[in-house]
Design a protein around this ligand. Structure first.
Ligand code: PGA
Length: 259
């Protein structure tokens, strides 16, 4: 059985005091949830403080990006080892906002993933199509190209812990969510691609999570789908009550029928 992941992408929200308050609220409510991988991804400036609140905790720390070089004259960048030194276990790579506003390409995504793997931080690789691409029936083609580019040169062993987040760009922060059927179709296609590129074993163990206006009201219907193994949550992760609710609903679902 794949353990689901609920990850909060806090984007460029929360100063350090607000971040500490948010993580404390979350910790207090989910300390006994053992069947869901819980991750919070604050901004770089808050990683260290939030990380200190999460030492030996069931809530794991993640970053929103990383650079591929170990160190050097790269003003404004943060290396994977630096992330690791403040307790990061995960790093989001290739988010559509990075691709859209900061020139991220499949090639740079590939380099960032390589750095994360080498430092044993779990990459959360984000892929997804724009509205125009969906309307032109190019969703699967786009997602496959992004995944092939991102994973170029990696062996099965390299990516055994990798998480893929399918995030349709048109659903991010818009209030529009992919229907469970729409999401399931793409998640299944991604799993099939992993089976073709690697093996059935890897495909059946890889966590493929959904992102794009996921919220307490729709998390259960999404999570009931066979190939949806969790969520990358933006807006709804900034309010403790909605993030906690999504974690608890997922936990309950996995205690019951979904396996
Ligand atoms: P959203 O963001 O939940 O606010 O749509 C998801 C994401 O960008 O990861």
């Amino acid at each position: 059985m794949r353990q689901p992941i609920i990850a909060g992408n806090w984007k460029m929200y929360k100063n350090v005091n607000e971040a500490i308050e948010l993580v404390n609220n979350i910790k207090r409510e989910v300390y006994d949830v053992a069947n869901v991988g819980i991750v919070v991804c604050p901004t770089f400036t808050n990683l260290s403080d939030v990380g200190q609140m999460l030492v030996e905790n069931n809530v794991a720390l993640g970053a929103q990006n990383c650079y591929w070089e170990k160190e050097g004259a790269f003003t404004g960048e943060v290396s994977v080892d630096m992330l690791k030194s403040v307790g990061c276990k995960y790093v989001i790579i290739g988010h559509s906002e990075r691709r859209k506003y900061f020139g991220e390409t499949d090639e740079t995504v590939n380099m960032r993933i390589k750095a994360a793997i080498e430092s044993e931080i779990v990459p959360i690789l984000c892929v997804g199509e724009t509205l125009e691409e969906r309307e032109a029936s190019k969703t699967i083609e786009i997602v496959e190209t992004q995944i092939k580019g991102a994973l170029k040169g990696f062996s099965e062993k390299d990516i055994v812990s990798l998480v893929i987040a399918y995030e349709p760009v048109w659903a991010i922060g818009t209030g529009l969510t992919a229907t469970p059927d729409q999401a399931q179709e793409i998640h299944a296609a991604i799993r099939k691609l992993i089976a073709e590129l690697y093996s059935d074993v890897l495909a059946s163990s890889m966590r493929i999570i959904y992102g794009g206006s996921a919220k307490p009201e729709n998390i259960e219907e999404l999570m009931r789908e066979e190939d949806i193994d969790g969520g990358l949550i933006g807006g709804a992760s900034l309010k403790p009550e909605s993030f906690i609710d999504m974690i608890k609903k997922t936990s309950k679902l996995y205690e019951g029928t979904k396996d």
